[in-house]
Every structure is written in C-alpha cells, then in structure tokens.
Design a protein around this ligand. Structure first.
Ligand SMILES: Nc1nc2c(ncn2[C@@H]2O[C@H](COP(=O)(O)OP(=O)(O)OP(=O)(O)O)[C@@H](O)[C@H]2O)c(=O)[nH]1
Ligand SMILES: [Mg+2]
Length: 577
C-alpha cells in the first residue's frame, strides 16, 4: 500500500489520541482539552491530494486506476476526461458540480479516505482551465503528476502548463512517462534522457521521472496471470516506492504529526500531573481517615477509662445503700414486728427495692450525670478534631439528629436515661422480696403459734398438777422451755434471712459493676460509632477513587510510552537536512 509506514504511524497516533481523549473525559477534564484532542484527531485525517495533468489521451486516468487498483476514473481511446474531476470518498457514488468545469465525485473506494485525486482533461484541450488547476489544485497538492505518453512526450501544452506552475510547487512535481509498453527499452532510455535534459534547460531542475506502463500495472492488479512479471515490467514498483517515500517523508505531514504529538504530550503531561497529584491527595486523605478511625478507637478507650472513678464510687454508694436497706429490713424483722405483722396481717416490708433504687439514684445520679457530661465533652472534642482535619469535606449532617439538635447533647441525655434503666433493672434483678419472703413467712408462722403455746402452758401445767405438783411443775417447765426454743428459732430464722439478704447484696456488687461498665462501654461505643458512619463511606469513596485513578495512571503511562515510541519513529522518518 502506498505510504504504508506513514499511515501506520498516523493510525497509531490517532488511536493514542483517541485513548487520551477518553481518559480526559473519564477524568472529567476540561472541555478545552477534549476539543484540542478531537481537532488533532480530525486534522490527522487530512487526505493526501494528488493532481494529475498531461495532454489528452496520454493515459492519465488509466495511470490513476492502475496506481490505486480501482476503476474510479473513466478511460478511453477518445478524449474522455472532459472536466476536472475531484475524487473523494463517499459511501456511494455521487457527483456534484462545484464549478462549470469542476465536478466533485464521491466514490466508495477505501483509499479515497486517505487520498483525494484530481484527474484533469488533456492540457491541450483546456487552455482556459489551466489557471483554475494551477491556482486552485496545484497549491493544495502533495504530489503533482505530469503524465507524458511514450508515443509523444513532446506535446507543447504540458510543458507550457508546467511553466505556469509556481516554482514553489514544482518541488511536488514528478514526471510519469506512460504507455512505455509501446516502445523498446532503448527508445525509452533515449526519451527519458532527453526529457531530463529538457527540464534542466527549461526549469533549471530535474524532476523525478518514472517510465511506466499503466496498462501492464492495471493488468497485473486485475488479472491473475503472470502478475509479478507484469508488475515488474510496468515500472510501477519504483514509482510506488517514490510516492510512498513522498507520503511518508512529507515534511508538512511529518510536521503535523510531530506537532500533534507535541500538543497531545502536553495534554498528557498535564493530565498525568493532575492525576498523580490527585492520587497523592486521595492516598493522604485515606491515610488520614485510617488515622482518625484509629484515634476514634483510642478515644473510646480513653473516655471509658474516665468512667472508672464513677464505677468505684458507685460501688461504694451501693454498699452504703444496701446497708441502709438491710437496716431497714432489720427493723421489720424484729420479733416484735413479726408479732405485729401477725396481728396487722402486714405480709412484708414494702418497696425495699424501690428504696434501694431511690437511694442509689440519690447517691450516684449526679455522678453519672457528670459521666454523661464527660462523654458529651469527649464527643464534641472528637467532632472538632474531625472537622478541623477534614476542612468541611465530610458530610457531617450525621452529627445532628432529626430535630436538628447536636448529637452530642442527645448522647448525654440518652446516656443518663439509660443509666437509670440499667440501675432499675439491676435492683429488680436482686429480687429482694423473693429473698425475704420465705424467711419472713416462716417466722410469722412461728410467731402465730407462740400465743397459743403461751395460753396452753398454764392449762397443761394445771392438768399436770392434778397428778401431783411435781408433774405440774415439770409440765410448766417443759412448756416454758418449748416456748424459749420457739422464740430462739424465730429469732435465728429472722437473722438468717437478713444475713442472706446482706450476702446477696454483697454478691451482686460485681454484677452491678459489670452492668454499669457494660452500659458505659455500650453507650460510648454507640456514641462514637457515628464517626465511623461518617468516616467509612468517605474512606470507601476515596478507596474507589484511588483505584480508578491508579488505573487511569497506568493507562496514561501506556499512552506516554506509546508517545515516546512514536516520537522515536517520527524522528526516524524526518529526512536528513
Ligand atoms: N498501450 C497502452 N495503452 C494505454 C496505457 N495507458 C492508457 N492506455 C490507453 O490510452 C488511452 C487513453 O487512456 P486514458 O487513461 O483515458 O487517457 P487520459 O489521459 O485520461 O485521456 P483524457 O482523459 O481523454 O485526457 C486508452 O485507450 C487506454 O487504454 C498504457 O500504459 N499502455
Ligand atoms: Mg482521462
């Protein structure tokens, strides 16, 4: 394919630019950068323009068809090309008149995407259009092909036409001596030598000259027979190599690729810089969040440690309150009270648990209010620490409740109300009533029996006295002893019950401590978990961003490497000065 190296280079650059534009887009980069890259991509696709001139019937159109291996331009023995035909790519054949003597023809031939071809009528038949061609098409041409026929290369009009081409554009001119199959190699040699001489005389320069047979080249491409020989005989190989070389080393094209590459490298560098710095920031932010999370854990421990004094004091309060309750129970558990209870049918000393609860609340309530205030304080301090380090980037809306109140205040309130609940649950769990009831019932049973025994004592003594005073005395003595034993067991039973209560209170000390500790721990964890709820999504977001940026960074590096390779290749194509 003509200009294969160039097109490969261009297509690589195009792909890289496309990838880069995608990266700019993915990074939410500036519209300007995207615009620059899009422009670069479309500018790369500027096709090469070939203009073909020569006298009538010298084989211009046949030459073009053979060169590109496609029948896009009409040929014939009669003057055929009657206007200037500007061939471009189109999905279907379409002809548009753009001037009375110029037609634009769209043809669905792939190579026309990269090459625009201007086929012209014979120079001898269109004297009036010479100016049109030299001024309009020659300046835009990458290659101006002057076709001569080997049968008569001396027709004056083509040479005159060349004189009208500005010297500046002459550097793009090549000579093609066509229909060489109609002459012997010796004749061709003579002709080409003379043409060289002529051009040096008239233009003071040599034009690259190629003796070809488009007929043979065309046959080589369209028929399967003796293809290689035909192609070798056609002389097209040298011509194609030259055109490829021209295409690949076109200074303007290479300069264009070079400047596209430079501009794209600038965009790439900015992008890489932005991505790298953002990546560093994201990494830093994530580390900061990790530190904050660790600090949060430490803070929870620190706050909990502050509660130890309150726990110790609560233990003391409890012991004192418990002693009070035992003392209160004691007064209810006297023998007299047992007798009084029998009479009044007052079953149990009421609400000892309520008393204990109230007593505890009175003693420890304020202390735990202070603990709640410590928690609020620590919470606020941690909130300040987070806000300070995060400079408003976190969504701290979680730090307000639905009523718009600070969560710290709510935390304090909840902490204290839950303290009350925990205390109440603890006191109820002691089951004071259940501990006392069996002992009390038993002692009352005994107390209830004692008046009967006291009444029965003189009666049985009197009955005993009937058998002799000694019997009466013995019975009285025995009855009295029995009464004493009963009184003693009653007392012992009451004491035992009270001791059991005191023992139970003592055993429950650990439980109270662990309940309070658990309550404090749970509430502190709970309060500080709000920060986790803020920090975790932020961390997840940053982690995702870090991942995305890292992948973009890798892709940018790939583009960079590809750019470097392209720059090297491009450098290799620049002709030596
Ligand atoms: N023998 C031979 N004949 C050729 C060759 N190239 C073209 N011809 C013939 O020359 C005639 C003119 O060819 P065209 O390609 O139409 O020539 P042209 O220069 O485009 O002619 P106009 O458009 O009329 O100016 C045709 O009959 C072709 O078959 C060649 O390499 N060898
Ligand atoms: Mg023609």
């Amino acid at each position: 394919m003509i200009g294969e190296d160039y097109f490969e280079l261009r297509s690589k650059l195009g792909t890289d630019l496309y990838v880069l534009a995608g990266l700019v887009h993915d990074l939410g980069g500036s519209g300007d950068d995207v615009h620059i890259l899009e422009n670069l991509i479309s500018s790369l696709n500027d096709p090469f323009v070939f203009v073909v001139v020569g006298e009538v019937n010298v084989g211009k159109s046949t030459f073009l068809n053979a060169l590109f291996g496609a029948d896009f331009s009409r040929t014939g023995v009669m003057p055929t090309t009657d206007k200037i035909y500007f061939f471009k790519y189109g999905p279907e054949i379409q002809t548009t008149t753009i001037a009375p003597t110029v037609e634009e023809v769209r043809v669905p031939c792939g190579f026309l995407k990269d090459f625009h071809i201007v086929d012209t009528p014979g120079t001898n038949s269109i004297e009036n259009e010479h100016q049109q061609i030299t001024e309009r098409f020659v300046p835009m041409a990458d290659l101006v092909v002057f076709v001569f026929s080997a049968m008569n290369p001396w027709g004056a009009s083509a040479w005159q036409f060349l004189e009208k081409v500005h010297r500046h554009w002459m550097r793009n001119v090549i000579f093609v001596l066509q229909q060489c199959d109609l002459r012997t190699p010796e004749e061709i040699q003579v002709i080409t030598d003379y043409m060289g001489q002529l051009s040096r005389q008239r233009f003071n320069r040599d034009f690259p000259l190629f003796a070809v047979s488009a007929k043979k080249a065309y046959l080589a491409r369209s028929s399967g027979l003796d293809r290689e020989q035909l192609l070798a005989d056609s002389g097209f190989q040298f011509l194609e190599d030259h055109i490829s070389h021209t295409v690949t080393q076109s200074p303007t094209r290479l300069a264009k690729l070079g400047s596209a590459l430079r501009l794209a490298t600038q965009v790439l560098n900015q992008l890489t810089q932005r991505t790298t710095s953002r990546l560093a920031t994201v990494r830093e932010r994530r580390q900061l969040i990790d530190e904050m999370q660790a600090e949060r854990e430490v803070q929870v421990q620190r706050t909990q440690t502050k509660f130890n004094a309150a726990l110790d004091a609560t233990d003391r309060d409890y012991r004192e309150a418990a002693m009070q309750v035992v003392a209160l129970a004691h007064s209810n558990f006297s023998v007299r009270a047992a007798f009084a209870a029998v009479k009044e049918d007052n079953r149990l000393p009421q609400n000892l648990d309520l008393r204990l609860f109230q007593d505890m609340l009175a003693r420890s309530g304020e202390r735990w209010q202070q603990v709640a205030a410590i928690l609020e304080d620590d919470f606020k301090r941690f909130e300040d620490y987070i806000s300070h380090h995060w400079r408003g980037e976190l969504h701290l809306s979680e730090l307000k409740n639905e009523e718009g109140e600070d969560v710290s205040v709510e935390t304090r309130r909840r902490f204290f109300s839950r303290f009350e609940t925990a205390l109440r649950r603890f006191v109820l769990g002691l089951k004071i009533q259940e501990t006392l009831e069996p002992g009390l019932i038993l002692s009352r049973e005994r107390a209830r029996r004692m008046p009967w025994l006291a009444v029965m004592l003189p009666i049985t003594a009197a009955v005993g006295a009937q058998f002799g005073w000694i019997y009466g005395l013995a019975t009285l003595g025995f009855g009295f002893c029995l009464l004493l034993v009963l009184l003693f067991t009653l007392k012992a039973g009451l004491r035992h019950t009270l001791e059991a209560l005191a023992g139970q209170f003592d055993e429950a000390r650990e439980t109270l401590r662990s309940i309070m500790q658990e309550h404090a721990r749970e509430e502190t964890e709970n309060a500080f978990s709000v920060f986790s709820r803020i920090l975790e999504p932020a961390r997840d977001g940053l982690e995702q961003e870090e991942e995305a940026k890292r992948s973009i960074s890798t892709r940018l590096q790939d583009v960079q490497m590809s750019f470097q390779k392209l720059a090297g290749q491009l450098h290799g194509h620049v002709p030596p000065v």
